[in-house]
Design a protein around this ligand. Structure first.
Ligand code: KG4
Ligand code: ZN
Length: 369
């Protein structure tokens, strides 16, 4: 029996203050505690995340969240083997709070410290509570990752653990950002993604009645890039036209049926583009696994349709979808991604990680590869 290895994960890149304790034993990583303190209610009144308010909230929440994670896991300082923290990308004011907490704990507790890329965290969310080195759940390479979050939309190819090649990415808005902005146009509260999904699920087929037909931007561009800002503008113009035709003022609420139909058409436009580009990348790069990652991976339509399409078009390719609770920002995914890095470290790099508190800094634009 090998001794369990405990990783303390810390995540503060946007509007969730999160800490987790992940236990690695005999190749399997399992979550001992996963605390997420969401600031959604605080930012909702502003219609989106306000960076300085996020930073202030992280400062107020980080110590209680860390204490709660350690208490829930029943773990003391001496049991922690590694500290992993999101060092970028994200809001710099927000990242700094987590990085400062992690560097302080690393120095005081004399524990090794690793900086984790936020998107690597989202990708490794799929391996939480699994054995990713061997057995039926083990990662199979090449793995093609469809990363869809509030800040990123990328197709990333992995040929081995912790090695990332970006095949393409959004040229403007990220998919989640587009969901949030379209929700605003439709008068739905922040965060828009879950609201659009909920409204879309209630839509009757009113595309005909409202003549809704949004573009599928860049669907046939022949590359792996995306663009969602024009789609958002198309929704804006369709809403303006609807208001004009129905003598509705700019501030009058839109009829429920129209909102639902538009939410459904918008969601389907995003899902169509994401799936078409992913399938094109599968044809070219022949991955053994397609892996979905990021906050928009919580979207039921995307989860189902991606899995169905991969199964139908590429029956030998595995489709890995993270469990719902680990799709949006959390620290368990950061702990797992940190542990993967740690496993690849040489003895010297492991030693250096003990003094990484001196040098680790937050980087709002940290590159993935
Ligand atoms: O990954 P995440 O938690 O934060 C970033 O790293 O950005 O993603 C948050 C994004 C938000 O834009 C949110 O609206 C979107 O994920 N999201 C969804 C759903 N749940 C969250 N988008 C579509 N459908 C959902 N069910
Ligand atoms: Zn995220």
């Amino acid at each position: 029996m090998t001794k369990p290895f405990h990783i303390l994960g810390i995540e503060t890149s946007c509007d969730e203050t999160a800490a987790a304790v992940v236990r690695a034993k005999n190749g399997k990583v399992s979550v001992a505690a996963n605390i997420v303190s969401s600031q959604i209610a605080t930012h909702a009144q502003w219609g989106g995340v306000v960076p300085n308010i996020a930073a202030r909230e992280h400062v107020a929440r980080i110590v209680p969240v860390l204490s709660q994670a350690c208490a829930k896991a029943g773990i003391a300082m001496h049991d922690i083997d590694l500290i992993a923290v999101t060092s970028g990308p994200g809001l710099i004011q927000a990242l700094l709070v987590g990085v400062n907490a992690a560097t302080t704990l690393s120095y005081v507790w004399r524990k090794p410290l690793i900086g984790v890329h936020h998107i690597a965290g989202h990708i490794y969310a799929s391996f939480i509570n699994k054995n990713f080195r061997s057995g039926k759940d083990a990662a199979e390479f090449p793995t093609l990752c469809l990363v869809v979050s509030g800040g990123h939309t990328q197709l990333v190819l992995m040929k081995k653990h912790d090695a990332y090649t970006i095949l393409g990415e959004t040229q403007d808005d990220a998919a989640g950002e587009a969901f949030d902005k379209v929700a605003r146009i439709l008068g739905l509260p922040y965060p828009g993604g879950p609201m659009i999904a909920a409204e879309a699920s209630k839509a009757k087929d009113h595309r005909e009645r409202y003549r809704l037909s949004l573009p599928r931007p860049m669907i046939a561009s022949g590359d792996y890039n995306f663009s969602f800002s024009g789609l958002k503008t198309a929704v804006l113009y369709a809403v303006k036209k609807f208001r004009a035709e129905n003598a509705l003022s700019d501030t009058a609420s839109l009829p429920k049926e129209f909102v639902r139909a538009m939410a459904r058409e918008f969601q389907q436009a995003v899902v169509d583009v994401l799936i078409a580009k992913t399938c094109a990348a599968v044809k070219k790069h022949h991955p053994r696994t397609v892996l979905l990652a990021g906050g928009v991976a919580a979207n039921t339509a995307l989860r189902h349709q991606l899995a169905q399409n991969i199964k139908k078009e590429f029956p030998s390719v595995r489709c890995t979808i993270p469990s719902l609770r680990y799709t949006t920002d959390n620290a368990a995914m950061i702990a797992v991604a940190g542990y993967v890095q740690w496993q690849n470290f040489s003895a010297q790099r492991r030693k250096d990680a003990l003094s990484a508190w001196r040098t680790l800094s937050a980087n709002a634009n940290l590159p993935l590869s």
